[in-house]
Design a protein around this ligand. Structure first.
Ligand code: ZN
Ligand code: FE
Length: 255
């Protein structure tokens, strides 16, 4: 299977998975680049997977459904372009004959879901929308810090080799913040050099992996004394895991 990030808008990626004939896309905020990729590859769009209701993830859904007849999947509890099949936590779908499990990961929005796909003879894929970014995480527009920490903890428990397909190219700016939180993290330094080299060539830094994110992403590392200590320089009263996470998110919002 081919896994391709289709760039859209300024910094979105619409992920496409295809076998040379049949394709699925995730979070098509814009139909045009998807239609171009389908035409270029001679592909039939079979499924559209949506993670949450924001317009930069849903704007192309109606046109793509009308033009291709693709089946649309999305969260159970969010306002969505209808018709679609709504999915709750633990649901399993089989687009392209592959097995995808749905995880409810509230925080960025109240009903945000992620998709974990199993591909024979390949590493699993995670389509996590705006929940987990490489070296960062989504802003808390609708959920609480406790919900987001819980959601990220679920994603961090996936196998290390899982390919992390985030919906935005935010890696370099997230890394600048991560380096401020953990200046002595050597994995972070090495990753920043690799990511800068990719971006200089106008290539995506993604997909990342769960193993890499556990080594570099401060939002998956709030249980570590070094991260908690750095947060406490900014928010001295933050001690329990949820307050450390909340203060880290607030710090990033103001960074
Ligand atoms: Zn969003
Ligand atoms: Fe987004």
């Amino acid at each position: 299977m081919k896994l391709i990030p289709i760039p859209a808008f300024d910094d979105n990626y619409i992920w496409m998975l295809h076998d040379g004939r049949r394709a699925l896309v995730v979070d098509p905020g814009d139909a045009d680049p998807v239609l171009a990729a389908l035409q270029q590859g001679g592909l039939t769009l079979e499924a559209i997977l949506v993670t949450h209701h924001h317009g930069d993830h849903t704007g192309g859904v109606d046109i793509l459904r009308q033009r291709t007849g693709a089946q649309v999947f999305g969260p159970e509890r969010e306002r969505m372009p209808e018709p679609l099949q709504r999915l709750r936590d633990g649901a399993v779908i089989q687009p392209l004959g592959l097995r995808f499990e749905v995880l409810l990961v509230p925080g960025h929005t109240a009903g945000h879901i992620a998709y974990v796909g199993q591909i024979p003879q390949e590493d699993p894929v995670l389509f996590c929308g705006d929940t987990l970014f490489s070296a960062g995480c989504g802003r808390l527009f609708e959920g609480t810090p406790a919900q987001m920490l819980d959601s990220l903890t679920r994603l961090a428990a996936l196998p290390d080799a899982t390919r992390v397909c985030c919906a935005h190219e935010y890696t370099l700016s997230s890394l600048r913040f991560a380096r401020t939180v953990e200046p002595d993290n050597t994995a972070l330094q090495a990753y920043q050099a690799r990511a800068q080299a990719q971006r200089q060539k106008h290539l995506p830094t993604l997909p990342s992996s769960i193993g890499l994110e556990k080594a570099v992403n401060p939002f998956l590392r709030t249980h570590l004394p070094g991260v908690a200590h750095a947060v406490q320089q900014m928010a001295p009263s933050a001690h329990d895991p949820v307050s450390v996470f909340a203060a880290l998110r607030t710090w990033k919002d103001q960074f």
